[in-house]
Structure formats: C-alpha cells, structure tokens
Design a protein around this ligand. Sequence first.
Ligand SMILES: [Zn+2]
Length: 212
Amino acid sequence: MGKLLEIEANSTPTTELRIGIELGLQPHLASRHKDLIEKLPIDYTIGSIHTVNHKDPYYDYYFEGRNAKDSYKEYFECVLENLEAFSDIDSLGHLDYVVRYGKRHFGDNEGACPLSDHKEIIEGIYKFIINHEIALEVNTGAYRTGLTEPNPSFEFLKFYKECGGKLITIGADAHKPEHVGLHFEKIAHELTSIGFNEYAIYKQHKAEMMTL
Ligand SMILES: [Zn+2]
C-alpha cells in the first residue's frame, strides 16, 4: 500500500477531473440554488428548464388542449423568467428542450418550432445571456432520441450568432458512461459551418476557450 501511494504521488496525472452540475431551474428554487453553488466546489454549472410552471413537458399532458406554438411559447417565457430569478450559471442548457417532447407528441411537422414563431422571446433570452456572460449549451442528446438536430436547433444557433452570441458549450446529456461525448465530432463540424470557431470549458466557473 505504501509503495502504491508513493507511485501515485510521483506519477503525472493524465486526466483532469472537473466537477459540473446541471440545475433544473424553477423560480422558487433560486435561493436554494444560490446556496448550493456557493457551498460546493463546482467548476461548471448548467442551468436548464425541465419544469414549466410546475408542469413537466416530458409528459403528454403538458401539450394537451393546445398547439405546439402555444406550448413552446410558455416554455420560452419560463426560460427568461428563470434567468431573471437566478443567473449564477455558466451555461444555459438545451434551450429548446421542450421541442424534443413536442415532436414526440405532435409529430415532426406539427411539432416543428420555427424561429419566426418565437423570435422576440428568443432574442430576449440571447440578450440576457450575452449580457451576463452565460454560454449557450449545444446539446447532442437529441440525436440519441432520433432527432436530426441538436438542442437548440441549427436555426436557433444561427440566430444566436446573429445576435452577437459567441460563447457556447457542448454537452451530450449523458446519463450513461457510454454516452459521454457522443456525437461531438459531428456537432463540431456543424458548428464550424455556422461560423463558430471555439467552445468553452470551465474551471472554477472561469471559461477556457477550446478550438472546435
Ligand atoms: Zn437537462
């Protein structure tokens, strides 16, 4: 045991492990999240919206009795409301997450989410995160569920760039070890074709820029 410890102490680490957390934002949780971030030695915080006014869009009831546009509108308004309540995050997670489940409920056509339906609110969200130096997460988890675009969609990502957004992070939404980094090469290619050249990783909440 003594010998093993000696070897470990003298060897050069090849992997640096950083700690990240994804917070499911809800306005009434803002002060709890603030305490948590201050207490824990976290390098990177993603803030995501999974619950909209106490409703969960993972389930069909969220969409019932209304169309996709109205369902998505409530989600995006909730994103901005959450950011205004709590902005101590490094990256905004999967901005159009609701579309994953909207497409499952309505189908690909009826469940589409054209930017023109929500341009004003999305611009408001982008202005907020750019002003607060919060990155926009590009999440490849949607590819695993059979969708052909990341979250947010390419149209939303292009608009982020048009609004002056430069800071992006890339996440796989991995819930299993084999999903870590899945589709990163593909997304790097897509992002460079939109005009992004770099992405951020974080250490103690400070962005370090990496070439795509
Ligand atoms: Zn999430």
